[in-house]
Design a protein around this ligand. Structure first.
Ligand code: FAD
Ligand code: NAI
Length: 510
């Protein structure tokens, strides 16, 4: 009897929570589809130009009260990309459009209109306070290059792929940073499989084509290797059984271990899990040269000697971290205080680019002493949004105080109402001005490592929790699902997960 009652209550609770979740999502969708009328931008307000539509810039836009500025957003990408799920797009576990959110929809949800230009910022002139922008898309109008003047500028252009000038990397490998990269990898994996299955293919060529090499044992490389092995185990093996025994994933890392930002226990757990999944991990191996069919690497042996090896591959994915974008290098070269900044724009504790008064930098292009992660970029963007809202409030308050003081002077200082309002405004002003510098709060690190397992190093109460396994994978899924940008993204990702589980991944090569 007692058990049955408990069960009934548990069932009711689950039912109610599911109903609540559906109701909440429906409300979210309704609000998203029926945004309020927008104010027109006020030309007397300051022009705030935001470069980029990534983690940093979009977090800033989300928080910013756009009615306080003339907001102009410039990015060659007219969407926000939820990068943590990008590795899942390379195999079709998730369809790429499910993790993209059009910037037009984001801007339509704001109180006041903000302009968007799909263009690349090519240079900044901090003297004249203008940004040069170019439309590098396929279709061009009569004007495809112009300038935007700014009062305030936020640089959130992210970073590009590091290749360290290693010969052959740009020409022969795929990167994993943008949607186009994931689509290219997805096509190439199946091209390798179909070519390996071609009639009368030589055994050596089958081995080469079915060898998928990943360079870089950071989280991008590890997550991709895990996704690839899943794809093979769950789909390719069933669909192309004759060549499948030759499929092999190799992960190459220059350092002694993968995932250096995780704790030792989780590094060991990850390496053991990857080995169980039959991923070949080659640590202390530095790639020195790449050709169209081989990777040449230098292996450091335990006795201190070095050996050169040649590894044939079918698909090569290069994931060795970040390099500085040309626009950032160019801007840094124009600011004397930035002459020693090699990794991006050095910023102060309010994220102001050092050596300037009206340029801020956030995310992967800023050097603030934190790792280049989405977590850091979004907290920095949020901070700037709050800072700019406060700055506008300060200005509004100051204007109102001087207006009231003027009135008081004319009235001979005897308007009790005006005096009271001034007092209140000054008190509020003090609070607004008292904005603390940016401080990053680390929530933890999460990574998927394949075979429905994930690792997590998360802050827990006042301590740290390091865990790995299938339960962590469920946690990984729920965290990323809840972090998706919009209800639309959330529903699409959930449906993609269900779809690939039920029907398998789609192996058609577009
Ligand atoms: P981005 O998000 O890269 O955005 C830069 C924006 O600037 C883009 O819109 C770009 O189009 C635009 N842009 C580029 N050049 C110009 C130009 N010249 N003018 C104007 N705009 C320009 N971090 C985590 O914390 N957790 C994760 O799980 C995680 N997973 C990841 C998985 C992958 C596969 C990758 C590649 C990264 C992952 N990261 C993760 C890191 C995270 O994505 C980055 O740290 C984050 O995107 C940085 O944000 P950002 O705004 O600086 O740059
Ligand atoms: P990374 O910089 O973290 O790792 C790159 C790895 O490549 C390094 O370990 C480096 O030793 C290795 N490497 C460099 N040159 C090499 C060579 N020639 N041969 C062999 N190995 C070489 O880069 P990654 O993974 O692209 O990540 C970039 C940023 O994004 C990091 O800050 C990371 O934390 C973040 N990120 C976070 C994720 C998460 O939290 N799940 C997922 C993906 C990225």
């Amino acid at each position: 009897g007692k058990l049955r009652r408990t069960f009934r209550w548990a069932w009711r609770l689950t039912y109610l929570s599911a109903l609540g979740l559906v109701g909440y999502t429906a409300y979210d969708i309704y609000v998203d589809r029926h945004p309020d009328e927008q104010f027109k931008p006020d030309p007397n307000k300051k022009t705030l130009v935001i470069l980029g539509t990534g983690w940093g810039s979009v977090a800033l836009l989300k928080k910013l009260d756009t009615e306080n500025y003339n907001v102009v957003v410039v990015s060659p990408r007219n969407y926000f990309l939820f990068t943590p799920l990008l590795p899942s797009c390379t195999t079709g576990t998730i369809e790429h459009r499910s993790i993209m959110e059009p910037v037009r929809r984001i801007l339509r949800g704001k109180k006041a209109v903000a302009k968007f230009f799909e263009a690349e910022a090519t240079s900044v002139d901090p003297e004249r306070k203008v940004v040069r922008i170019a439309d590098n898309s396929e279709i061009k109008g009569a004007t495809s290059e112009t300038e935007i003047p700014y009062d305030m500028l936020v640089v959130g252009v992210g970073a590009e792929n590091a290749t360290f000038g290693i010969p052959g990397v740009r020409e022969n490998s795929c990167f994993l940073k943008e949607i186009g990269d994931a689509q290219q990898i997805r096509k190439k994996i199946m091209d390798c499989v179909e070519t390996a299955a071609f009639k009368d293919q030589t055994p050596e060529e089958v081995d080469r084509l079915m060898h998928m090499v990943v360079v870089g044992g950071g989280p991008t490389g590890v997550e991709f290797a895990g996704e690839l092995q899943d794809f093979f185990e769950e789909d390719i093996k069933k669909l192309v059984p004759d060549i499948s025994p030759r499929f092999k994933v190799t992960l190459i890392e220059a350092l002694p271990n993968v995932l250096p930002m995780f704790s030792k226990t989780l590094i060991d757990y990850t390496e053991n899990t990857l080995r169980e999944e039959k991923i070949d991990i080659k640590t202390k191996t530095m790639v020195k040269r790449v050709t169209d069919k081989t990777v040449e690497a230098e292996v450091s042996r335990p006795d201190g000697t070095k050996e050169r090896v040649e590894i044939p591959y079918g698909l090569l994915v290069w994931a060795t971290g970040n390099a500085v974008r040309p626009i950032v290098k160019d801007l840094a070269s124009k600011i004397p205080a930035q002459k020693d900044s090699r990794r991006g724009l050095a910023v102060n504790e309010y994220l102001v680019v050092q050596g300037t008064r009206d340029i801020w930098a956030i995310g992967d292009c800023a050097v603030a002493g934190y790792a280049p992660t989405a977590q850091v970029a979004s907290q920095e963007g949020y901070f700037l949004g709050k800072l700019f809202n406060n700055m506008a409030k300060t200005e509004n308050h100051e204007d109102r105080i001087s207006e009231l003081s003027g009135k008081l002077n004319i009235a001979g200082g005897n308007s009790a109402e005006a005096s009271q309002e001034i007092e209140l405004l000054e008190r509020q002003l003090k609070k607004i001005r008292d904005i603390k510098p940016f401080k990053y709060s680390h929530q933890g690190s999460l990574a998927y490592i394949g075979s429905d397992k994930a690792v997590a190093d998360v802050s827990w109460w006042n301590g740290n929790l390091a865990t790995g396994g299938s339960v962590t994978y469920l946690f990984w899924r729920s965290v990323y699902l809840s972090m998706c940008f919009s209800p639309r993204n959330r529903v699409l990702v959930l449906l993609d997960w269900l779809k690939s589980k039920a029907f398998g991944r789609d192996v058609s090569r577009e």
